[in-house]
Design a protein around this ligand. Sequence first.
Ligand SMILES: Nc1ncnc2c1ncn2[C@@H]1O[C@H](COP(=O)(O)OP(=O)(O)O)[C@@H](O)[C@H]1O
Ligand SMILES: [Mg+2]
Length: 327
Amino acid sequence: MTKVLDVQDLSVTFALRNSEVRAVNNLNFSLEAGETMAVVGESGSGKSQAFLSIMGLLARNGKTTGKAMLGETNLVGMAPHALDRIRGKDIAMIFQDPMTSLNPSLRVKTQLSEVLVKHRGFSREQATKSAVEMLERVGIPEPVKRANAYPHEMSGGMRQRVMIAMALLCQPKILIADEPTTALDVTVQAQMLDLFKTLTNDFGTSLVLITHDLGVVAGVADRMMVMYGGRAVEKGRVDDLFYDPRHPYTLGLLHSTPHIAHRAARLDPIQGLPPSLEHLPKGCSFNPRCAFCFAKCLEERPPLTPIGDGREKACFYEGPLKYEEVA
Ligand SMILES: Nc1ncnc2c1ncn2[C@@H]1O[C@H](COP(=O)(O)OP(=O)(O)O)[C@@H](O)[C@H]1O
Ligand SMILES: [Mg+2]
């Protein structure tokens, strides 16, 4: 297996008026060629900022430390013009709202072909031809005709496909998809996830699927990283984490996801709210919401620790994780 991305001790801090918050804390992970990794956690857990920082797209008050190695190149601290040459070509990121990537005043074929002219040095004519081919690949009917449309003339699902086409034009090594299906209805969502699977397979692209919804992870991702309060709290193969979660937060997410919870006794949302980064509790950040919390968890923060089979967890509790047994 070849590592395409190796992230070491990645942290993100934001300056506030009189203080600062750490939105991402010492994240370590790597991405193998062609694999799909899901990054899961409730809203505010640091998922987006972690990957925006890697892309050099943080807000002005944000600062990144650590390393994000794309081959021999560290993306952290790279000069903007150098990053600009890598973004879209080697590593691309798409978002929930396609209009964050698409320019409303340009025809679809114009904005797609511009990417190829810029990054690949294609002629206009070559670029337009490839753009239309890519629209067809992502399942846009009558691609020649649709290529002449403006984004607002298309449905939400079609715009989403155009955004994916644009992201894949240069066949990037890595595609980061941040909540790509969150705004879509269930049928279109399923079609999109299928499309991701096909395209990443065909192009050998590694996919990072960022989502707060565990329901979209099964069947799409190989591995997953669960984040809470800016830290990774559990990592491993999706099948292992679904079947046998080792962190109470992962268990809680599973119990609160319809379609997955049916395997569990009941649909049972996690009590309480995610912590505010400015007021993280002492010890384990999850302790106020944890059914398995004991004295040590209130004092010490559990480090992320390997537990075999390529799995890692940040939790002191070693007993069986079943709600029934603590009730
Ligand atoms: N520009 C900013 N200034 C200060 N804090 C920020 C800024 N952007 C994000 N944050 C903080 O980072 C946290 C994590 O954000 P984010 O990564 O977007 O969460 P999510 O897991 O929902 O994608 C937010 O809850 C917020 O506290
Ligand atoms: Mg987000």
